[in-house]
Design a protein. Structure first.
Length: 171
């Protein structure tokens, strides 16, 4: 009986991220940036990201050596409702600090449809979130808001923002 050849799968190539992502030590549910994939030219290989936990003055994420010019604030849906409700004054001060950073972003782990469904632990009306984001985007023009349908989409969006910044301004 002839021997059957067993096909072994080639190990998947990896792409190493050329910058280090700084994650604030106070961020309690940080993104790990483990599920981000490269573009087609790199066969959609997984991207290996270097992360460093550190104290960032204003936001949750930045790139190492570039903490001042770029910042990303992460908000889960419930946190967003809390920050725009009971903790509104403190959060607006944080958005004001973000506005002093040239490339600032707030990424919410919820899309508009999810926001408009409300939050079970909040009495805040969803229209307050909607109107606040619109108002603050006009008031703090360089703070860009992204509402993402899932946590993994929010994480990938944060990575792509940092990647784009690094390509334009990095070392």
């Amino acid at each position: 009986m002839p021997a059957t050849a067993v096909k072994t799968r080639e190990p998947e190539a990896l792409v190493v991220c050329p910058f280090t992502i700084g994650i604030d030590t106070r961020e309690q549910s940080p993104w790990g940036f483990r599920d981000v994939r490269a573009d087609a030219k790199d066969n959609h290989a997984p991207i290996v990201s270097k992360v460093d936990r550190m104290t960032l003055k204003t936001a949750d994420y930045s790139t190492i050596w570039h903490e001042a010019p770029i910042a990303i604030e992460q908000k889960e849906k419930g946190d967003c409702f809390h920050c725009m409700g009971k903790d509104r004054e403190r959060f607006e001060r944080q958005v004001q600090r973000l506005a002093e950073i040239p490339h600032s972003h707030v990424i919410v782990e919820a899309d508009w449809q999810s926001v408009f469904s409300g939050h079970p632990r909040s009495e805040l009306k969803p229209k307050v979130i909607h109107r606040t984001i619109i108002s603050w985007q006009q008031k703090y023009r360089n703070v860009h808001w992204f509402l993402c349908p899932t946590r993994s989409f929010a994480e990938a969006t944060a990575f792509r923002i940092l990647e784009s910044y690094h390509k334009k301004f990095g070392q």
